[in-house]
Design a protein around this ligand. Structure first.
Ligand code: PDD
Length: 290
């Protein structure tokens, strides 16, 4: 899925503004420290994908960094409704971020009295048609040197930027991260493999983001009676997999057809991916029509 930033109206601390009029202070802790959390919520037609799960993950991220939820679920929904109305389109995504706000002094210590900065914008997404997805992704494995709190959807993404850059330098599209010999996730996606007809993905832990698309993929696998396991995946299992997929709000479910310069199986998308993508696209269409 290709993604362009909306050039229209954004939400900032209670106001709806043209993007070029929206600005935050250089003393914002999000700017100084990357002291914030975020969410990306796909929107199909007028319907938000798994909104309760996204809000729950947001609550979880906030709690893990000791930040209060700045507004109620109903207020989030009302704001999204207005923002989507001001940024019409077919398939879109809501990007939202909450930082620990503006304090006049550069000081790591949390000041609970400081109001957070709440920002949201609409991303226009253009989902790749199946014929494009089928071309697959070229990837490399890289050492996952990130911290022990990857389950927090933090705006501090410098490590992910550096890891994605390692992929760019290897002239491929993305990296699959490996920690202590096991696959964790992609730079902005979760990882699945298929071996001997069984789908597998690593368990949730502090080493990966609990992807909403990951959970949806597991649910769709179950609905279709496709066998799956949630288990650690070693780099050897990754290298000998029959299929590899990356899942995420932006990538959706994408087949990986090259890993470290070698083709994955015969270099063509596998049968289980075809079943999964068909099921996912049906799910998406139902949501659009809902
Ligand atoms: N990223 N792992 C990481 C590190 C991610 O950044 C993401 C999503 C995922 C997949 O989560 P989900 O299925 O909920 O999108 C896994 C978003 C899309 C981003 O940063 O743009």
């Amino acid at each position: 899925m290709d993604m362009k930033t909306s050039i229209n109206t954004v939400y900032l601390n209670g106001d709806y503004l043209p993007i070029e009029k929206a600005s935050v202070s250089v003393m914002d802790r999000g700017f100084l420290f990357g002291d914030g959390v975020y969410e990306v919520i796909p929107v199909f037609g007028r319907n938000l994908l798994r909104i309760n799960e996204h809000l729950q993950r947001l609550r979880n991220s906030l709690q893990l960094v000791s930040m209060p939820m700045p507004m109620s679920d109903l207020s989030w929904l009302a704001m999204f409704e207005v923002l989507l109305g001001k940024n019409p389109g077919e398939d879109r995504a809501i990007y939202l971020q909450i930082t620990r706000g503006v304090y006049p002094k550069r000081d790591l210590t949390i000041k609970p009295e400081v109001a957070p900065t709440v920002f949201a914008m609409v991303l226009q997404t253009s989902p790749a048609p199946v014929e494009v997805l089928e071309k697959g992704l070229r990837t490399v494995t890289v050492d996952d040197f990130r911290w022990h709190a990857c389950n927090i959807k933090s705006t501090s993404l410098i490590a992910n930027v550096m890891l994605r850059q390692q992929a760019s330098e290897a002239d491929v599209i993305d990296a699959i991260l490996v920690r202590d010999g096991n696959v964790t996730e992609g730079t902005a996606s979760n990882v699945f493999i298929v071996k001997g007809g069984v789908i597998a993905t690593p368990p949730k832990s502090q080493y990966l983001l609990p992807g909403i698309t990951r959970d949806l993929a597991l649910e769709l696998a179950e609905k279709n009676s496709l066998p799956f396991e949630v288990k650690n995946i070693s780099v050897q299992e990754l290298e000998s997999a029959d299929e590899i997929w990356l899942t995420g709000s932006i990538r959706e479910i994408a087949p990986v057809l090259e890993l470290n310069g070698q083709t994955v199986a015969d270099g063509k998308p596998g049968a289980l991916w075809r079943t999964m993508i068909a099921t996912y696209l049906r799910y998406k269409q139902e949501l659009r029509n809902a």
